[in-house]
Design a protein around this ligand. Structure first.
Ligand code: GLP
Length: 240
């Protein structure tokens, strides 16, 4: 794993967006794996700025998102599909039909997992962006998710529900289940870019990088990926 430690969040976002833009500029029809959460917001702002200033086009880019809360769809401003449109897609020339995410309100959840998984098999990510949860999760693959997992429904841990409640009006509003790409789907990406900032990520980052490769720390599987770059600010990297 290549590790880059930056002075602050701005520098992290700058470096991360350069890596993402390299992939997009080299292959204008690339498949980009995207993530939600607050960590990628700076990177997304940089992509939007670059699109406006330099005209980088996304008209043939395809995207696949990691996860979606069960029970939420575009009609909820807490859904990840809403987040992606609001924070990225609506500001680019991307064709929304080329942007993919699990349907949180699918009538048949098992069929929805199958549909999304088949889609992932046909769209191998040229790059997959990831954040990390404070319990070491990636996407919504919580501790003890099998390394061989594919798209599935996850029960969110108490710690994840608590972490994510900061973005809701109250903790009772946070869904307890979510659709997520599995760890195998993530490892299938040609390149992985994982970013983390803030002191509350320091332990998870250190367990991911220097700990045992174990299903107890889902992100530790990234030690086995042949092309993975981790960018952290000084706080998140403080235990490395
Ligand atoms: C959520 C998402 C993850 C994300 C993580 C960290 O649980 N499912 O994909 O990486 O939170 O979020 P943040 O970047 O807001 O710290």
């Amino acid at each position: 794993m290549e590790i880059i430690i930056t002075k602050n969040y701005d520098e992290l976002s700058e470096k991360a967006s350069k890596i993402m833009l390299d992939v997009i500029k080299n292959n204008p029809s690339a498949v980009i794996g995207l993530a939600t959460g607050t960590s990628p917001l700076g990177l997304y702002n940089n992509l939007i700025k670059d699109h406006k200033e330099n005209g980088t086009s996304y008209k043939d880019i395809k995207t696949v998102n990691l996860d979606e809360y069960m029970g939420l769809d575009i009609s909820s401003n807490q859904s990840y599909v809403y987040f992606m449109r609001e924070n990225l897609f609506n500001h680019l020339d991307i064709n929304l039909n080329n942007t993919h995410i699990e349907n949180g309100k699918a009538e048949d959840p098992a069929k929805e997992c199958e549909r999304y998984n088949n889609l992932l098999h046909s769209l191998k990510q040229d790059i997959q962006l990831l954040g990390i949860g404070s319990d070491g999760h990636i996407a919504f693959n919580e501790p003890n998710t099998p390394f061989g997992s594919e798209t599935h429904i996850a029960d969110l841990t108490e710690s994840t529900i608590k972490d994510n409640s900061r973005l809701f009006n109250s903790i009772d509003e946070v869904p307890t289940k979510a659709y997520t790409m599995g760890l195998k789907n993530i490892m299938n990406a040609k390149k992985i870019l994982i970013i983390a900032n803030g002191k509350n990520k320091a332990k998870a980052v250190s367990d991911m990088v220097n700990g045992k490769i174990t299903e107890e720390v889902p992100a530790s599987i990234l030690q086995l990926h042949p092309n993975c770059t981790l960018i952290v600010d000084e706080d998140a990297g403080s235990l490395l």
